[in-house]
Design a protein around this ligand. Structure first.
Ligand SMILES: NC(=O)c1ccc[n+]([C@@H]2O[C@H](COP(=O)([O-])OP(=O)(O)OC[C@H]3O[C@@H](n4cnc5c(N)ncnc54)[C@H](O)[C@@H]3O)[C@@H](O)[C@H]2O)c1
Length: 264
């Protein structure tokens, strides 16, 4: 089945990937294009967004790459303007930007706390602030926020207080936006990935939590999963696709857990 996003425009924020392979935003952008959406792929790392676009165009899809700092309002406004200039509308907004920082309240600096809350929570706030007026004018749209199971449970046994707090905040942010716009045809949902094997694990998590020992990090994370293996970016992308598509027309304010049973 293809064409689940036929005639739609999808803005994916954080559409690159921190390293080689498939991150959640990159996979979502490519999958949306395969389902015939026109994609605007934005990332703070422009070459990463361009790489995603290159994959899409190589498969015959339509994509525009842009740079954005998702934590900066002027930058987000410019991204939204550029997307509207390119395609005239925004039907799907995927807020994928995020990441964790190690530490509890005592170890973590105030600067790290502020920056991490901005990365995981303000990024979605700003994108919604600038995209919702366009969706209102169009009479509808679908927002997919990428939260985490860390927003409902401490699964990894690691101290990352700002990540837990901001991903939990994103879940309630999602519900608040969903209910405010429920009569206007705008749906807002979130996906809660569990432990996924994305480039973030090899590039950032291994360094932050395991002294750069990548194989050890992968083995530990696999062992924590009930299936014996982490999920991957496509698992998150397919769940997002459902929420982004009209198949989910009666689904709003919800959280779709993609964790292989980890939180059960
Ligand atoms: N990988 C996992 O196990 C996992 C689990 C749960 C939730 N998540 C969530 O999934 C999302 C994406 O994770 P991923 O594994 O694909 O990570 P990733 O780091 O590969 O992708 C995130 C992208 O966002 C971009 N980005 C970072 N800061 C930005 C900013 N300020 N403005 C614009 N772009 C910015 C990065 O350049 C990168 O291309 C995050 O929100 C993360 O918290 C991941």
């Amino acid at each position: 089945m293809a064409g689940r996003l036929q005639d739609k425009v999808a803005l994916v924020v954080g559409a690159g990937s921190v390293g080689e392979g498939w991150g959640n935003g990159k996979a979502a952008a490519v999958l949306y294009a395969r389902e015939r959406a026109k994609v605007y792929a934005a990332d703070i790392n422009r070459p990463a967004a361009e790489e995603t676009c290159g994959i899409i165009e190589g498969e015959g899809g339509v994509c525009t790459a842009g740079s954005v700092d998702a934590t900066d309002s002027a930058s987000v406004a410019a991204m939204v303007d550029a997307c509207l200039a390119a395609y005239g509308r925004i039907d799907v907004l995927q807020n994928n930007v995020g990441g964790s920082e190690p530490g509890g309240p005592v170890e973590m600096s105030e600067e790290t706390w502020d920056a991490n809350i901005d990365l995981n929570l303000k990024s979605a706030f700003l994108a919604c602030k600038h995209v919702l007026p366009a969706m209102q004018r169009q009479g509808g749209g679908a927002i997919v926020n990428v939260s985490s199971v860390a927003g409902i449970k401490s699964v990894s046994g690691r101290n990352m207080v700002s990540y837990h707090a901001s991903k939990a905040g994103l879940i309630q942010f999602t519900k608040a936006v969903a209910m405010q716009y429920v009569k206007q045809g705008i749906r807002c949902n979130c996906v809660l990935p569990g432990l996924m094997n994305t480039p973030l694990v090899t590039h950032r998590i291994a360094r932050q939590y395991d002294d750069g020992k990548v194989q050890e990090t992968i083995a530990k994370r696999d062992a924590m999963c009930p299936t014996g293996k982490m999920g991957d970016a496509w698992d998150v992308a397919y769940a997002s696709l459902f929420l982004a598509s009209d198949e989910a027309k009666y689904v709003t304010a919800t959280q779709l857990i993609v964790d292989g049973g980890l939180t059960a």
